[in-house]
Design a protein around this ligand. Structure first.
Ligand code: SF4
Length: 680
């Protein structure tokens, strides 16, 4: 029997690293590195190296299940699909289409996500969202407002051309490890690396300048830097006048702002802010990198727009090595947004509030009616479930009971539903609350396309069969749609047919034939026709706004949703670690990862630990206004006094986090919760 090597992708983060899966006798028996892949060049981080432990895992869901009291019993696919159709139809009939909610998955491929949002909207429900709500919805809104496109401006390889790398609110060496190789290359070429982060991390170890700012003072830092830039005449006047609007308002606002004020608010020295500003503005090509340290705040969208603004006033965008690099989370979170997995947008970022959008898709989908206006975000769906407006929820490949902020509230929300269906590969805490569980194929067990954080669209073919009776999402969704009377407009034999429909409706994907995106490295959007090579760098000549000009915004910092108090005197922040991924449903089933980092911990500053009489390695209780979790204390000056840090992968962390929302993007403020820590 011959051994086959099937080109595939890492299923974890949005870097989109390529790899080969070795298949023998229908089984995945190994992986091989993909040295031709443009982004990873044959490298994988520990998660990518462990993917076989995921594929061959014995805990996979292998047949449909229905609730029986507090337990589940196996059922046939026919019964499961009937139950799902009945559960959705029952609530549709009784309470109307807005009583239905759909969470599409940034772990699923573009074709599955496109079909799920199409089914939701054909049923009349505007309530379709994905986990971008919890990580980079401010990027979609903020960069969309600033540049006209809510996406990474340059590809990752292009970091090599940068002469200054300014990383703010991102620990990319752990969250997106392969990005480090391109930052290292830039450093080898002489780039100066500035990292703004309240913690000491493996990313700050790469920094030439570490700005250890106070948590939540990002806009104050950026305004302080802009004050220096404008006062010293370091702005790019030609770029500002020819390609932007709004600079004058910003300049006037900065005239009554002082660097000393920025220093006081950030806790930094004036000299540090001045130095960083000069390096960023004067370098021939500066890259600005950010991640959830910027987005997960009540000011998340303002934070993103202020990152965009400093790039714009310095002309540090639209050139090799110069731009804004949002580091997005899941492997297909970009694609999920591209194909309509958000309530604000139909596929191709056509606004759901625009009647022309509805007309366009009514014609395209042969629909009598479609919902106008944004539906509920995932964070608003919880309130709607608790107050009875949302009755049925269909969740694919997401685990809100672990990943939402303030998960006690999410539990109440899911308990309030009349009907919950979860499509998953493992029995997650969220799946345990379902009425019906549908076992899904994992990424290497189905064909389809994925869009990485750098807009790289890559098609992979099925490498192995799904285990047991698990099925591909395209088949599952089409079968449910057929049972709901949508058979004629939701009939697809395979994902290739769905890709063709996406290409016909999403201008950014128009030139992306399956053959082209199946080649190693795929194609970067926008790709308007089949001769177009794809777009490595956005905004070279004009921005994607209606008039081609970018918008400069003058924004002030806003107070956090929650502040410390005598009862809760320590500020808790959360983040990623290299060995785990999001809610941990996959990585915590991988022995090679789990054995190296298996339990929840809390980093506590030595001064605070001494005051609280907490010893290294001791189990402590971390308490906030919303809940309590047990964690092992790690005493470390990685966190400043008055601050604590917990990784968010473990069930426990989000019992504590704040669900205060950014009013624009509706993202929760995961990064700022007031807590107290007690010995047990
Ligand atoms: Fe996978 Fe991301 Fe690691 Fe690459 S960097 S191997 S895509 S988890």
């Amino acid at each position: 029997m011959s051994t086959k090597l099937i080109a595939s992708l890492c299923p974890y983060c949005a870097v989109g690293c390529g790899l080969f899966i070795q298949v023998e006798k229908g089984k995945a028996t190994g992986i091989k590195y993909m040295i031709d892949h443009p982004t990873c060049v044959g490298a994988l981080c520990p998660k990518g190296n462990s993917v076989l432990e995921l594929l061959n895992n014995q805990e996979r869901l292998v047949y449909p299940l229905k609730r029986s009291g507090s337990d589940f019993i196996p059922i046939s696919w026919d019964e499961a699909l009937e139950l799902v159709a009945q559960g959705l139809a029952r609530n549709l009939e009784r309470y109307g289409p807005k009583s239905l909610g759909f969470l599409v998955s940034s772990r699923c491929n573009n074709e599955e996500n496109y079909l799920m949002q199409k089914m939701a909207r054909l049923l009349g429900s505007p309530n379709v969202d994905n986990c971008a709500r919890l990580c980079h919805s401010p990027t979609v809104m903020g960069l969309g407002a600033s540049f006209g496109a809510g996406a990474m401006t340059n590809n990752l390889l292009d970091l090599e051309n940068s002469k200054c790398i300014f990383a703010i609110g991102t620990n990319f060496t752990e969250a997106h490890p392969i990005v480090s190789r391109w930052v290292e290359k830039a450093k080898d070429n002489g780039a100066v690396v500035i990292v703004a982060d309240p913690r000491i991390t493996s990313t700050t170890w790469m920094a030439d300048i570490h700005l250890r700012l106070n948590p939540g003072s990002d806009i104050d830092l950026l305004r302080g830097m802009m004050k220096v830039i404008v006062d010293e005449g370091l702005e790019d006047a030609d770029f500002i006048s020819s390609r932007t609007t709004g600079f004058q308002e910003l300049k006037e606002s900065l005239s009554v702002f002082s660097i000393e004020e920025a220093a006081e608010k950030t806790g930094l020295d004036v000299a540090e802010i001045v130095k960083a500003a000069r390096v960023y503005a004067k370098s021939s090509a500066s890259a600005l990198l950010y991640s959830m340290g910027i987005t997960q705040h009540v000011s998340g969208t303002d934070n993103v727009m202020t990152c965009a603004t400093i790039a714009l006033i310095c002309g540090q965008i639209g050139r090799p090595g110069a731009g804004v690099w949002p580091m997005r989370g899941q492997n297909n979170v970009q694609g999920n947004c591209d194909v309509g997995g958000m309530p604000e947008f139909y596929p191709g970022y056509r606004r759901s509030v625009d009647p022309k959008t509805i007309e366009f898709f009514r014609a395209a989908w042969n629909a009598t009616d479609l919902p106008l206006g944004p539906g509920l975000t995932s964070t608003d769906m919880n309130d709607a479930a608790i107050d009875g407006r949302l009755k049925a929820l269909y969740i694919t490949g997401e685990d809100p009971i672990v990943c939402d902020a303030n998960v006690n509230k999410t539990r109440r929300a899911l308990e309030s539903l009349d009907f919950l269906v979860v499509q998953e590969i493992f029995m997650t805490p969220t799946a345990k609350m379902a009425d019906v569980i549908l076992p899904a194929a994992a990424w290497a067990e189905k064909s389809g396309s994925y869009t990485s954080m750098e807009r790289r669209v890559q098609w992979i073919d099925r490498a192995i069969e799904p285990p047991g009776e698990a099925k591909e999402g395209v088949w599952i969704i089409c079968e449910i749609a057929r049972r709901l009377g949508l058979g004629e407009v939701m009939a697809y034999d395979n994902p290739s047919q769905v890709l063709e429909e996406i290409r016909s409706l999403v201008p950014q994907y128009k030139g992306m034939s399956q053959e082209r995106i199946s080649r190693v490295g795929g194609v970067l959007w926008p790709c308007p026709d089949e001769q177009h090579p794809g777009t490595e760098i956005l905004h070279l000549q004009r921005f994607s706004t209606s008039d081609g000009r970018a918008r400069i915004f003058d924004l002030q910092n806003t107070p956090p949703g929650e502040v410390t108090s005598p009862e809760y005197p320590i500020l808790l922040s959360t983040g990623r670690i290299v060995l785990h991924y999001n809610g941990g449903s996959m990585t915590m089933r991988s022995p090679s990862l789990q054995e190296r980092e298996s339990e929840l911990y809390v980093e506590v500053n030595p001064v605070d630990a001494s005051n609280l009489k907490i010893a290294e390695g001791e189990m402590v209780a971390v308490k906030t206004r919303r809940g309590e979790a047990e964690a092992r204390a790690k005493i470390s000056d990685r966190v400043m006094s008055g601050m604590a840090f917990m990784p968010f992968h473990y069930h426990g962390t989000n019992l504590l986090t704040s669900d205060a929302l950014d009013p624009v993007s509706r993202i929760p403020e995961y990064k700022m919760a007031a807590c107290r820590i007690e010995s047990r």
